[in-house]
Design a protein around this ligand. Structure first.
Ligand code: R5P
Length: 303
């Protein structure tokens, strides 16, 4: 089945790259705001009988969701066979529990909403903490890509004698994998989050790693408080300046400059969210997943 890619606002670079790698058409659509703030959508390319791939990373998701919904619905109404959302960063995965009475478990509501208007989803390292897989909340087929290979490759080529540092127990899943692939030791710290911008972190004995270069690895850098507090502990312990790697660099407000000011040697992210720190490119892996998904669809059509 023929594929056609559309970029939601801000996703043009990735959409162009993926369409190129998949030898597919980059579709034209107008997405703009009316003066009253409502969204206008017009698809200018032919989508009839095609598989529509919508490229939309979902940081700051609230303002992105409605255009995404409209584009998916319009595609289907214009005869698209299916719509697939490629969202390198998947939002709302951290609200996976009612931490206090009265709170909404928004990861579930968000997953239901997406599942109601798209036919499949491809994402990179979603924040699976208290859940084992996306299928617990998403009812459409989902593909999860892991960035561990690319991150360990970056570490192997750029850092001499690294020791990987994971800020909390949930980071162990990706830190241990990256460390294993980079043939480096790793340590996992303990974190207690006390508020949006307040975290406490306890650090084990670091003496034996004094001649190593610490590499902080986390899935998300949002306010950067987790990494900033960790850097404070590493400094006190007399460790070298750390490199900070995040799969998804959200960098709320001035988090990026705060992290550099706090003493990060370098901040590195994957290009799941467009930012100057994007040094690890995930385009190739996503295009392979899109093609694999296509093969699965073709197989099912032949049955
Ligand atoms: C937490 O559960 C995540 O794995 C990250 O540690 C967290 O999102 C980082 O947030 P921040 O940069 O705001 O400390």
């Amino acid at each position: 089945m023929e594929k056609i890619f559309f970029a939601l606002p801000g996703n043009d670079v990735l959409a162009k790259s993926l369409a190129g790698k998949c030898h597919a058409e980059l579709g034209k659509a107008i997405i703009r705001q009316f003066p009253d703030g409502e969204t206008y959508i017009k698809i200018e390319s032919d989508v009839k009988n095609k598989q529509v791939i919508l490229i939309c990373t979902l940081d700051h998701p609230d303002k992105k969701l409605l255009p995404l919904y409209y584009l998916s619905k319009t595609s289907k109404e214009l005869g698209a066979k299916s719509t697939c959302i490629v969202s390198p960063y998947l939002a709302y995965m951290r609200q996976d529990k009612r931490f206090e009475p009265g709170e909404g478990i928004t990861s579930v509501y968000f997953a239901k909403l997406i599942s109601s208007f798209a036919d499949s989803l491809i994402t990179i390292d979603p924040h699976l903490h208290r859940r084992n897989s996306l299928s617990e909340i998403y009812t459409i087929p989902t593909t999860v890509i892991h960035a561990a290979d690319l991150i360990s490759e970056w570490i192997r080529s750029n850092i001499k004698k690294p020791v990987l540092v994971g800020p909390d127990s949930e980071s162990e899943q990706w830190v241990s994998e990256v460390a294993d692939k980079a043939a480096a030791p790793f340590i996992i710290l303990e974190k207690i989050r006390k508020g949006d911008e307040e975290v406490e972190i306890s650090v084990p004995h670091l003496e034996k790693y004094k001649d190593h270069t610490p590499v902080l690895v986390d899935d998300i850098i949002s306010t950067a408080r987790t990494m900033i507090v960790t850097i404070g502990h590493l400094k006190k312990a007399g460790m070298k300046k750390p490199n900070c790697i995040g799969i998804h660099g959200i960098f709320a407000n001035h988090a990026y400059s705060d992290l550099l000011t706090a003493g990060a040697e370098e901040v590195i992210t994957c290009n799941t969210i467009l930012h100057e720190s994007n040094k690890i490119k995930i385009d190739e892996m996503i295009s392979l997943s899109i093609n694999n998904m296509q093969n699965e669809i073709n197989k099912n059509l032949k049955k």
